[in-house]
Design a binder for this molecule. Structure first.
Ligand SMILES: [Zn+2]
Length: 500
């Protein structure tokens, strides 16, 4: 078993997110010989107070005077008093031929509906939120042949659409178009991640891709972004406080072979520094935005080196996905991803604290956990009236998870003994942050702590359903599955986890 020592040692290790060579060297050194660690495939990361010149230079270097596709949404943003997106396009026009593709849902609907040409860049803003879907990424990928480079100016959805379109184009043509990413908010881990989160048939999926070649973080832009976006980024990194525990737990139970300390070590110092700056996040201070940005950049890399999101995505993310999935049925907009994840992180931390004290681990031997039981998921989700195709897809994932669970019985029986000997519980206490710390961090950063405090509040019954049933909507095994397997998710316990 892993002891506390490597964890402690990692806390003092400073990692610079712009030094990719050092990151690739360190992560190789940290990994055990049996672990597969992928190098970070990014050429350059810049983090600077004013990085617009370097952005323009990077695009010029990549494309020369040839046409460049700028992918962005239609939301207006300001930077130091300037209208950000027109300013960047103007600067680029001096050195290359940028074509602005400004996406919103109205544009996307028309484009996917059969319009041949790339949408007009002069489109008026749409009140409807832009959604990153697989068909849209495919359509964009088919349009990239005319360009010498692709540039994303935006946050998660824009970055992931550009990332996956470029990936599909590279698969089809064998040539990887240069991709320069200009983040507009310190809100997500997408900028340096080799994974793209896209909606596929109504469900959010994480698809392997390639990260951008160049990521230019202009801190002035990120500081000028709405504060709630930085707060969401803060909460998305905070998820590591519980998700890495879920990943380790899943590994110990024989439900995941991919666990490695390397991604956790990679993020540790930046995560600590971000937490140290929590109060600054609430004020939108430069130093705090800088700290959140560095943590997000390293978090994206932490997932990329193991080619999956598990280091930063456990039960708290499944809870957030459940809130996304049920939003339409509840007639509400989804809240910011990171804000939802922060709420889920507190739920998970509370569950860890209670379960480590009260959980009857012996129940895991009784095989109560049968997520593939016919009709189970349909009964659990009945009030949301999901499409048949979505339910069928969810059920397929559950069969895979249930089969693995049954196959892992010998490992599970050992796990029960190790839990009773306090080996597992001691290790988890070291790996997971306690709920008082999490609640305090969220509060100091000004991020929501409960579902009713989200920018689009979630009804109480959906908040409780998320805790009770979220483990049924995703193939990954997390703390939620362990609690369900031990019959721990009673109404009474769920109320305690979801209290404001
Ligand atoms: Zn996330």
């Amino acid at each position: 078993m892993l002891s506390a020592e490597p964890h402690q040692e990692a806390r003092s290790m400073h990692v610079d997110p712009t030094d990719i060579a050092a990151i690739n060297r360190m992560t190789r050194e940290w990994a055990l010989p049996s672990e597969t660690i992928h190098p970070v495939a990014i050429d350059r990361v810049v983090v600077a107070q004013s990085a617009v010149d370097r952005f323009v230079h990077a695009v010029e270097q990549a494309a020369g005077a040839a046409p460049v596709l700028l992918v962005q949404d239609t939301a207006a943003m300001t930077r130091a008093g300037d209208d950000l997106k027109p300013m960047l396009a103007d600067r680029l026009r001096r050195v290359c031929k940028p074509l602005v593709l400004a996406l919103n849902d109205a544009v996307c609907d028309a484009w996917l509906g059969g319009d041949e040409r790339l949408p007009d860049s002069q489109t008026a803003p749409s009140p409807r939120e832009f959604h990153a879907t697989l068909p849209l990424a495919r359509r964009l990928g088919e349009s990239l042949g005319d360009f010498a480079a692709i540039v994303s100016i935006g946050s998660g959805s824009i970055t992931d659409i550009a990332k996956y379109a470029r990936h599909l184009h590279a698969e089809r043509t064998g040539a990887a178009l240069p991709f320069i990413c200009f983040p507009t908010a310190a809100s997500v881990t997408a900028y340096t991640s080799a994974l793209a989160v896209l909606t596929v048939d109504g469900v959010k999926r994480t698809l392997p891709a390639r990260p951008p070649d160049t990521v230019i973080c202009d801190l002035q832009t990120l500081v000028d972004a709405p504060r709630k976006l930085t707060q969401a980024g803060f909460a998305d990194v905070l998820a590591r406080s519980v998700s890495a525990g879920d990943w380790w737990l899943s590994h110990q139970l024989g439900m995941d072979d991919s666990f490695s300390e390397a991604p956790i070590k990679l993020l540790q110092d930046a995560e600590d520094s971000m937490l140290h700056n929590a109060a600054g996040v609430a004020r939108g201070g430069h130093q705090a935005v800088h700290a959140v940005t560095e943590a997000l950049l390293l978090a994206g890399m932490a997932m990329s080196i193991v080619n999956q999101t598990a280091p930063l995505s456990g039960w708290e993310h499944v809870i957030s996905h459940f809130l996304d999935l049920t939003a339409a049925a509840d007639r509400r907009e989804t809240a910011l991803h990171g804000a939802q994840v922060g709420v889920g992180t507190l739920v998970s931390a509370r569950a860890y604290e209670s379960a480590l004290e009260q959980f009857d681990i012996g129940l895991l031997a009784n095989e109560l956990y049968r997520p593939d039981e016919p009709g189970l998921v349909r009964r659990a989700l009945a009030e949301y009236a999901f499409d048949e195709s979505l339910l069928a897809e969810i059920e397929r994932d559950l069969v895979t998870k249930a089969e693995r669970w049954r196959g892992a019985r010998p490992r599970r029986l050992e796990f029960i003994d190790r839990w009773r000997a306090a080996e597992i519980t001691t290790a988890l206490r070291d790996r997971v942050r306690d709920p008082t710390f999490i609640a305090e961090a969220l509060r100091r950063a000004g991020a929501p702590c409960s579902c009713d405090a989200l920018d689009h509040p979630v009804p109480d019954n959906t908040a409780r359903n998320a805790v009770a049933h979220a483990h049924l909507i995703r193939a990954r095994f997390t703390l939620g599955d362990l609690l369900a397997a031990g019959g721990w998710l009673s109404d009474c316990n769920i109320r305690a986890l979801t209290q404001p």
